[in-house]
Design a binder for this molecule. Sequence first.
Ligand code: COA
Length: 385
Amino acid sequence: MSEYLPGLAGVPATKSNISNIDGEKGILSYRGYPIEELAKNSTFEETCLLLLDGRLPTAAELSDFDEQLRDNRQVKYHIRNLMKTLPESGHPMEMLQTAVACLGMFYPGNECLTGADSCQDLDYIHNMTVKIIARMGTFVAMWEHIRNGYDPILPRHDLPYAENFLYMLNGKEPDPLLARIMDVCLILHAEHTINASTFSVLVNGSTLASPMSVIAAAIAALSGPLHGGANQKVLEMLKEIGTPDRAAAYVDKKLANKEVIWGMGHREYKTKDPRAKILQGLMAEFMADRGGNLNPMFEVAKEVEKVCEDRLAKKGVYANVDFYSGLLYSEMGIPADQFTAIFAIARSAGWLAHWREQLSDNRIFRPTQMYTGEPVRKYVPINKR
Ligand code: COA
């Protein structure tokens, strides 16, 4: 194999049975179940177990897992105190990376992951998985209060994951529609085959690093604007455009300058991202529930999408998941810089499913390169340069 493909486009990096994308037809499935069916019928907790175990759980299995997640929402006060020392102006993704990495110091034990058959200690793997998924929501919600100078709100044991997250974030129980929308958003973002952050899970996991280090690395990858950071950029872009009549001129100027339109395009999809369709539907449902009181940004978004379809469909570039998720979160009163952190909460499930899959048949990643540098040469002493 000697061909170099930038971005490893089209190069299989692993074998996986966790999720699949049919980019031509616009189909995404987790363990064979289409995302539309999961969005309609499942919960984030059930989707986590589906991703992790490979099958839909029984009622008893789901209730047991849900109970474990609820039992693991609290974080140690050392971590809370550490979070209080971070600059308020810091980005939530950097906070999240720090908090998750720090969590690893409290739960050591990755030495049980040894050799090629490193998946032997399934209890360790399961316990760490629960600890991480349960605390992701806690960290993000806690940070919103800490960075504003308040003590965080303690998690509630009686609430499901999405509801508890919104409760911890806003200090009041969300209405059922909002809780359901957040739950669906978590389901939609939970997994997406081998993208940049999940690839980093495979690479870091293959070294047998601790799961907290593995997830901290994935959070770093997700924080970039070409990956998870795009939903924040979309909202900024829509605000900059301001009104639907300015959409075409804005898009044309960006394209002429060879700049990207945020929330458009995807390496895998050559049609509209199925998750964007579901989110667009949720947005409409939400607005209808609010008496048709449409957020003006929604109209701007629809116009941008229409213009982009006209200009970019020939390149297979359509709206992706980030195009509508930011709008929905902002309607829930969530600050824009928290959007990617919410994405990370959801994606922790997929990351940890891939971590476990990698460990079940592990070989350390060690790709090769095409050297383009100088041939071997003699060192030149400093006084002779
Ligand atoms: N706006 C304008 N043009 C875009 C575009 C966008 N968002 N996304 C892709 N294109 C164009 C490229 O300029 C390229 O055009 P060319 O063939 O004339 O050079 C063509 O479509 C193919 O795109 P390419 O950059 O090769 O796709 P990729 O698979 O390498 O990149 C993304 C995929 C997601 C990085 C890219 O679409 C992008 O930057 N999108 C915006 C960021 C974003 O929303 N990310 C979230 C992804 S879920």
